[in-house]
Design a protein around this ligand. Structure first.
Ligand code: NAP
Length: 267
């Protein structure tokens, strides 16, 4: 049995225990999975205990960077993004599965990337991962962030993007909301309106609660296909669990597990 966990500042409402337990039960693996909320002033004190007590753990806000100095090796996308969301304790290796989760979400929704024009709103942690995977996949990515420094820093790491100083209506194959606007205190708000969304092919929001953000509702009212971020969240967990168990991920298995998981949520 593997002893697993998610760490973050407040993971009391995290979906990770539920998703990981579902994936493990469905694939015949044995795990325990804890949610460990760590106050920011306790991170340095507690992190070594987490590493020694757990076989592996997921990392969420705000510790995706803070955990890196504790690790011996940073792998694959974690190097590209400069952030870790999955740690295998035995070898002290850090990975990042957010980008793979995002790309599999697009693929399973039949959304093409290569050669497509993408409007990306938000260049924070998630926006950075998404931008770099899209560029790697051959997309032309235009990024707007109200925080000009965030967009400039992404441009430095990913020179192929175009940084926008404002969002004007233009033809895009896909618009992605990675700003967080539309959840919690901003529920009901959208970072862009009808003028922009009427010119996009498909609208993707990384938000999954609410399942239909204002950004997606506006796009849907204009007849656009819409995708929320729940599949991305599930697939990043799927890829993380494959890392914990040292097994090869299988896209078909991931997709079947996600459909079955959705049934448990809505039954
Ligand atoms: P973050 O680091 O706070 O980044 C958000 C960025 O968007 C910030 O730079 C922010 O600027 C900017 N922004 C805020 N409002 C904006 C607006 N109206 N127009 C343009 N830019 C704006 O957050 P994050 O961790 O990247 O997360 C972003 C979203 O992705 C959240 O909704 C999160 O829940 C979601 N997410 C989903 C998944 C998934 O698996 N589905 C995974 C990761 C994240 P300021 O600094 O000025 O606020």
């Amino acid at each position: 049995m593997l002893k697993l966990a998610v760490i973050g500042k407040d993971v009391s409402k995290s979906d990770s225990p539920k998703m990981h337990t579902f994936i493990a039960n469905s694939t015949g693996r044995e795990i325990s999975y804890d949610a460990i909320s760590i106050p920011e002033d306790k991170f340095d004190e507690w992190i070594d205990g987490v590493i020694s007590r757990y076989d592996g753990f997921n990392v969420t806000i705000p510790y995706k960077l803070a955990v890196m100095p504790k690790l011996k090796t940073i792998c694959d996308d974690a190097v590209l993004f400069g952030a870790v969301n999955t740690v295998k304790s035995a070898d002290l290796v850090g990975y990042n599965t957010d980008g793979e989760g995002f790309m599999l979400m697009l693929k399973t929704n039949g959304i093409q990337v290569d050669g497509r024009r993408v409007l990306l709103l938000g260049a924070g942690g998630a926006g950075r991962a998404v931008a770099q995977k899209l560029v790697h996949g051959g997309a032309y990515v235009s990024v707007f962030d109200r925080n000009a420094e965030a967009a400039a820093s992404l441009k430095q790491d990913c020179p192929a993007i175009t940084v926008l100083s404002e969002v004007l209506p233009a033809d895009y194959d896909m618009a992605i909301n990675a700003t967080g606007v539309g959840m919690h205190k901003t529920e009901g708000m959208s970072p862009v309106g009808e003028d922009v969304l009427s010119r996009v092919g498909v609208a993707v929001d990384l938000i999954y609660v609410p399942s239909k953000s204002a950004f997606l509702s506006i796009a849907e009212s204009l007849g656009k296909p819409v995708v929320n971020g729940r599949a991305m969240l599930f697939y990043q967990a799927y890829y993380a669990q494959c890392i914990f168990f040292g097994v090869q991920p299988d896209e078909e298995e991931a997709q079947k597990l996600f459909s079955a998981y959705l049934n448990t949520l809505y039954s």
